[in-house]
Design a protein around this ligand. Structure first.
Ligand code: ADP
Ligand code: MG
Length: 396
């Protein structure tokens, strides 16, 4: 990566502003999943070990009104962070002002402070989300250097990432940001070959950018999930009541033409009369009969995908192969996970919120080289877009 990281700057005695991604699921003050807090630990620990003062901040959920603030405080996150680090973490329930400034000025080397949800600034004119320059300038004034470790927000230009960096304060990537860019960036721009992309999920419209960007870069693109049927329709096949985006049929046609034999479509489907786990399922090669909807790839497709994946050196997976949330339609996603798990010496990457959840739920999470922590950001990286949060990190 051609970006500076925490390893490239001196942190000793410095007030180190660290934009982390602490956007965890919170219910009644209880953290449902602390994966994101854990993912930020290497950078935080490094800042402390180097003798820096770690000033941490993040958004949490959406905050538009004063009422939205209820249950969106970072206080429980700061508490959990203290437990994980095994040391005191100061929490300041403000996003600006004297209390925050005093607390920062009282910090000693190696101390950790978390300040309040950056989106609390959105109540008054969306200052955080619209990247109000005064807010970015103010936050930058609180520290000496800026570490951006919030990959999950890198596709957004907010005051707490782009705003701060744009003031000219020395800006580097944290370890999580570095890891995400390394894996996803290399898989797309400079992959070990063969490189195979597996794209699924509900809609073609969500994945058009990814398909278009990957057609020239991947050796094969395997299509599954609900978007299959928009492609089927483009080929003039019967799709029954399967999910389809009528306004994307022409586009699907042109993607089929552009990709040629790189694009591999499912050859069979598991179908049902209703979107339900409680009705009988059927198996159909090719066309989905009238009255049925395709909800998973079938066994022939699993075999075809496994055969195509054999020997792959890079696999990028985005989007489940079926409605994996229902056991009757999880087999396709399990099959693809198994095929990926069997690969030797391959770099295997999941970029996509639901795909990561699927791998987790189906018990395959540890079989992948890298599971991205940022759904939207990884999707945009796969689309070949420049991420503003990344672009504002200093080059090496
Ligand atoms: P990701 O978050 O990994 O990018 P998406 O959000 O694009 O994935 O898609 C995930 C959703 O797609 C899942 O909730 C899954 O149930 C749904 N899905 C997969 N296959 C089908 C299908 N054949 N019909 C309808 N929905 C599907
Ligand atoms: Mg999703």
């Amino acid at each position: 990566m051609a970006k500076k990281t925490v390893k490239d700057i001196d942190l000793k005695d410095k007030k180190v502003l660290v934009r982390v991604d602490f956007n965890v699921p919170l219910k009644d003050g209880v953290i449902g999943d602390d994966t994101r807090i854990k993912a930020a630990l290497p950078t935080i620990q490094y800042v402390i070990d180097q003798g820096g003062k770690a000033i941490l901040f993040s958004h949490l959920g959406r905050v538009k009104t004063e009422e939205d603030k209820a249950g969106k405080s970072l206080a429980p996150v700061a508490k959990r962070l203290g437990e994980l680090l095994g040391k005191d973490v100061t929490f300041v329930p403000e996003t600006r002002g004297k209390e925050l400034e005093d607390a920062i000025n009282n910090m000693k080397d190696g101390d950790v402070l978390v300040f309040e949800n950056t989106r609390f600034e959105d109540v008054d004119g969306k200052k955080e989300s619209k990247n109000d320059p005064e807010l970015g300038k103010y936050w930058a004034s609180l520290g000496d250097v800026f570490v951006n470790d919030a990959f999950g927000t890198a596709h957004r230009a907010h005051a707490s990432n782009v705003g701060i960096a744009s003031t000219g304060i020395p800006t580097v990537a944290g370890f999580l940001m570095e890891k995400e860019i390394k894996f996803i960036g290399e898989a797309v721009e400079d992959p070990k070959r063969p490189m195979i992309a597996i794209l699924g999920g509900a809609k073609v419209s969500d994945k058009i950018g990814v398909i278009e960007n990957l057609i020239p870069k991947a050796d094969k693109i395997l299509i599954g999930g609900g978007m299959t049927y928009t492609f089927y329709k483009a080929k003039g096949m019967e799709i029954g009541n399967s999910l389809v985006e009528e306004d994307k049929v022409d586009l699907a046609k042109s993607l089929i033409e552009k990709a040629g034999d790189k694009l591999v479509l499912p050859v069979d489907s598991i179908t049902a009369a209703e979107f339900s786990n409680d009705v009988p399922t059927e198996e159909h090669a090719g066309d989905v009969p009238v009255g049925q909807m395709g909800l998973d790839i079938g066994p022939e497709t699993i075999a075809l995908f496994a055969q195509t994946l054999a020997g792959a050196k890079t696999v990028v997976w985005n989007g489940p192969m079926g409605v994996f949330e229902m056991s009757n339609f999880a087999r396709g996603t399990i099959g693809v996970c198994e095929a990926i798990a069997n690969l030797e010496g391959a770099t295997t990457i999941i970029g996509g919120g639901d795909s990561a959840a699927a791998a987790e739920q189906l018990g395959f999470a540890d079989k992948f080289t890298h599971i991205s922590t940022g759904g939207g950001a990884s999707l945009e990286l796969l689309e070949g877009k420049e991420l503003p949060g990344l672009a504002t990190i200093n080059d090496k």
